[in-house]
Design a protein around this ligand. Structure first.
Ligand code: GLC
Length: 510
């Protein structure tokens, strides 16, 4: 069981801190009590709905898993992560968990069982909240009662702190599923002595998913008093992301460009007035990737390994990929790939508009991903019409994705909006040159002719023009090798961004 020391208090503070109901503490107050040891590590608790290596449906999990690891490696932080115990967490991991005990958690009139498991991975302590009623189901999301499931999870996060004897300095909540942890902290728990110095940081990984519910559920389901309705109410609904933005001391997004973009109606999915009003609390920090996992020299998923200094084995990766996907094994033909959810905001509209034109050129196109059925159907039918040129893999497959990243030449990511995006960075690491639209983290990570190709407007023929530019340059082997080298050696590790998070945490603790 975790044994980190709790800050001891020498004075008690009145719980009735202020009479006004709108007394949400979002400013740092000077502690009335002193910590026992000033040199102790800063305590960070990540609250998230997924994290590698245990459970992952997207980029959020990779960021939670790799950022926490990187902060611990830096030495100054005791980082812990708390997650729901989904039934999809594989047995091989569950076998490593220790059962710490259980408690009961109140959520309005409900009184629910909450088991607590833990395990340490790469120096990070993970806690898992067990409740079979809420989490013993396939997948992580998409249920009619997701609001209740994550309300229970967030309430449990606050309730287990005394149980595990861990009151963090910063509670770092990720996306709407963790928003209620910040809301409960500021509307209830911070009035208790042990919780009073916890600062809340909220990170938006994608503003599209805000956690919106009927106002009728405020008290009965979310267990929030009417006096705090103003915090979570937005456009006649409960909006949990809005509530977290109001309640946290600071909030961040996953790239500097996206932090600018979401002040704008085009990108904010209705939240731009809230973002603009809280702009003084907002920072954008570009995500990193796990550069140990995504390492072309060591990755065991690849057909052959190579290095940025010697790409010769990349040709084997390409040849074997073509063979595996039933495409002609032609070394000279550029392979253009996409590993993406097949949904509109990933730029699929642009792709479907011009892909047939592109297929008239001497190219091969590889698609991997699942998503909207009309896109899935479109690519399946295209593959049957162009079997020598297009391979559609309508699955989610981590092993195949790495074979595609390493075996292709050009990586297409024409997103309409992209908070950060990790795939363009992974492609670079494998010497595959990204073609991206200049938005969000794509803009921040890919620079034209330094490590990729970019286009500005969300326009299919602008995209096609730039793809053709890349194809032309691909034929100039010397220049292309230099571009591959620059892409593969771009520093996408956490070393820089983790430092920015550290500064953010410290600014909260001042
Ligand atoms: C979300 C965003 C993606 C980002 C990831 C990790 O999935 O859509 O752009 O890279 O979160 O922050």
């Amino acid at each position: 069981m975790a044994t980190t020391k709790t800050s001891k208090t020498t004075k008690t503070q009145s719980k009735n801190t202020t009479a006004a109901p709108k007394s949400v503490r979002t400013t740092t107050k000077k502690p009335a009590v002193k910590k026992t040891a000033t040199s102790e590590k800063k305590k960070i608790l990540f609250v998230a709905s997924e994290s590698t290596p245990f459970i992952a449906t997207g980029g959020l999990a990779e960021v939670v898993g790799s950022l926490s690891k990187s902060l611990v490696a830096d030495g100054g932080y005791d980082v812990r992560v708390i997650l729901p115990l989904y039934s999809d967490i594989r047995k091989e991991y569950r076998e490593q968990f220790t059962y710490l005990g259980n408690l009961y958690v109140h959520l309005a009139w409900r009184n629910q069982y909450c088991g607590v498991f833990s395990c340490v991975k790469d120096g990070v302590t993970f806690y898992f909240i067990d409740n079979e009623f809420y989490f013993k189901r396939p997948g992580c999301y998409g249920y009619y009662d997701d609001g209740e499931r994550f309300a229970f999870f967030c309430k449990s996060v606050l309730e287990v702190m005394p149980f595990i004897n861990f009151y963090p300095d910063v509670m770092h909540c990720h996306d709407w599923q963790a928003a209620l942890a910040a809301i409960y902290l500021k509307t209830n728990y911070c009035f208790r002595e042990e919780y009073q110095y916890i600062r809340a940081l909220f990170t938006i990984h994608n503003i599209e998913y805000q956690g919106q519910y009927s106002l009728d559920l405020l008290n009965d389901l979310f267990d929030i008093y009417g006096t705090y309705q103003y915090l979570v109410e937005y456009k006649n609904c409960i909006n949990l992301m809005k509530g977290a933005i109001e309640c946290c001391e600071k909030f961040s997004t996953v790239s500097p460009r996206y932090a600018e973009e979401i002040k704008n109606e085009y990108y904010a999915h209705g939240l731009d007035p809230i973002i603009r009003r809280n702009e003084f609390k907002l920072t954008g920090i570009l995500n990193g990737i796990d550069d140990v996992s995504y390492n072309c020299a060591l990755d065991s998923h690849l057909f052959a390994n190579f290095t940025p200094d010697d790409f010769s084995n990349k040709a084997i990766c390409k040849k074997e990929l073509q063979k595996m996907l039933g495409l002609p094994q032609k070394a000279e033909v550029p392979v253009i790939s996409m590993v993406s959810r097949l949904v509109s905001h990933k730029g699929l509209d642009l792709v479907t508009t011009v892909v047939e034109e592109l297929l008239q050129d001497d190219v091969q196109v590889v698609i991997l991903g699942t998503g909207d059925s009309h896109f899935e159907g479109y690519f399946r039918s295209l593959a049957s019409r162009y079997p020598e040129k297009l391979s559609a893999n309508i699955v989610f497959n981590g092993d195949l994705s790495r074979k595609i990243y390493s075996g292709s030449d050009i990586f297409l990511m024409p997103s309409k909006s992209e908070p950060c995006g990790l795939s363009q960075m992974i492609a670079c690491r494998y010497g595959t040159i990204p073609v991206v639209r200049e938005t969000g983290g794509l803009y921040d990570s890919i620079k034209p002719l330094v490590n990729g190709y970019t286009f500005t407007n969300y326009n299919a023929h602008d995209m096609l023009y730039v793809i053709r530019e890349a194809i032309t340059d691909y034929k100039n082997k010397d220049e292309w090798s230099k571009l591959m080298y620059r892409a593969a050696t771009t520093d996408f590790s956490w070393s820089h961004s983790a430092k920015e998070y550290e500064s953010l945490y410290l600014s909260l603790l001042k």
